[in-house]
Design a protein around this ligand. Structure first.
Ligand SMILES: [Cu+2]
Length: 154
């Protein structure tokens, strides 16, 4: 008699164990571990002038950024660290390319400041592109910003 009961009891226990295991899995609401988060994208934004602003002839550009540290140009490339560059009425370099020296159309704000004033711009339409470059002045692969503005005729 006990011989027939024992296997039945074991079977029941195994079934119960399996059942409770499934149940535990079913109610497990622990969120899945997210895949390793990518580093947040660096970005630059032109705060001023605003798109289609009518300004000038002196135009102060105000910049801000996300997920990047702005500091004085060090000459060295370090991840996540750079300074602002402005391209006025000229195409900006591709990511990774060294930004040309300062000129009428290209500005390195190598001091680590977030503002720059263009003096005496000619009346008419202008296009400004802001790019962050590493300490070695190569363009960081970040999100750039472009603004179109108009310098008022005198
Ligand atoms: Cu630079």
């Amino acid at each position: 008699m006990s011989r027939s009961i024992l296997p039945a009891t074991l079977a029941t226990l195994v079934a119960l164990a399996a059942c409770s295991k499934e149940k535990a899995a079913a109610v497990d609401t622990t969120p899945a571990v997210p895949a390793e988060a990518a580093a947040p994208a660096a970005a630059v934004q032109i705060v001023s002038p605003a798109e289609n602003d009518s300004v000038g002839p002196d135009v102060t550009v105000v910049l801000t950024k996300e997920n990047v540290t702005i500091e004085k140009a060090s000459g060295a490339k370090a991840d996540g660290v750079g300074h602002y560059h402005l391209f006025l009425d000229t195409a900006a370099v591709e990511d990774g390319v060294v930004i040309p020296p300062n000129s009428k159309n290209v500005v390195h704000i190598g001091t680590g400041d977030s503002t720059y004033t263009f003096k005496g711009l000619t009346p008419g339409a202008h296009t400004l592109i802001a790019v962050i470059g590493y300490g070695d002045h190569s363009a960081m692969p970040e999100r750039r910003d472009t603004v179109n503005f108009v310098v008022k005729a005198k």
